[in-house]
Design a protein around this ligand. Sequence first.
Ligand code: GDP
Length: 317
Amino acid sequence: MTTEKVIIVTGGSGLVGKAIEWVIENDNGRFGRKDGEKWIFLTKATRAIFEKYKPTHVIHLAALVGGLFKNLKYKLDFLRDNLLINDNVLHTAHEYKVEKVVSCLSTCVFPDKTTYPIDETMIHNGPPHHSNFGYAYAKRLIDTQNKAYFDQFGHRFTSVIPTNVFGPHDNYDLQDSHVIPGLIHKCYLAKKNGTPFVVAGTGKPLRQFIYSRDLAKLFIWVLREYDQIDPIILSVGEKDEVSIKDVADTIVKYLGFGGSYSFDTTKADGQFKKTASNAKLLSYLPDFEFTQFDVAIQESVNWFLENYDKARTGNPT
Ligand code: GDP
């Protein structure tokens, strides 16, 4: 008889947590619900919750997150809150003898000055970009802490590095969100109010975007099958990198926006690119099928339109 796995997901109400919950409930193939697994989606990670569920596995998503403009404003908060959240979750997992923890990093952990494509071995090679160093250092230290838990105690605590994530249940705040939800919301308001649609920056920076439901499948696979302590990049390929202008064009298309559309070049561009290699991922899952960018944007726009009342939209004026 196999013992039941009890999996808790910290940050269970966020973009990635909701996507994992969706895949567990809706995927009829290898990523969906399995016998012998109990999944619990949390909005807070506390000792009381570990005490109550006695988890054997943890997916650690809880974090203070935000787009470029929020990162520029709150460097200390991003550093401190994330250090404290991570230490709390990892050390509680240690104390409760959790078998495996999968934590979520981000490609902004990588050095700003680097060669491309970036791979998993480069995390600690040089300082991250100045725009989000608070978040980047806090997240890098998860990898350091995982290695220390392994060396000192033999724990299987690992991490994944997704590229830019988007999808249903995103944060659609106008100032503090990431680019895709921010632009969906702005374009929606421009269409509704007959006002111009203004995209921050030059539109030239390049990003690899991963649909949250694809990422969710990969998280579930990492939890069940990936056994290294070293992180793994979860991303579409280098050829699927798109510009911010491509993103804005696709949103304009699916929202059916026909009004004035421009770029505000007085606003920051952030990092020009952070092209990451998914070769390690493909060495494990060569046949993994990513959702086409167009399709994923269309689904995200539709989700936003259908859920405007309950979406996290900040305070639109
Ligand atoms: P990151 O820079 O990869 O961490 O992530 P973001 O999702 O914040 O993307 C930032 C890029 O999108 C920058 O080049 C911004 O100039 C551009 N951008 C354009 N409009 C927006 C917007 O409304 N919000 C955000 N966050 N970025 C925007």
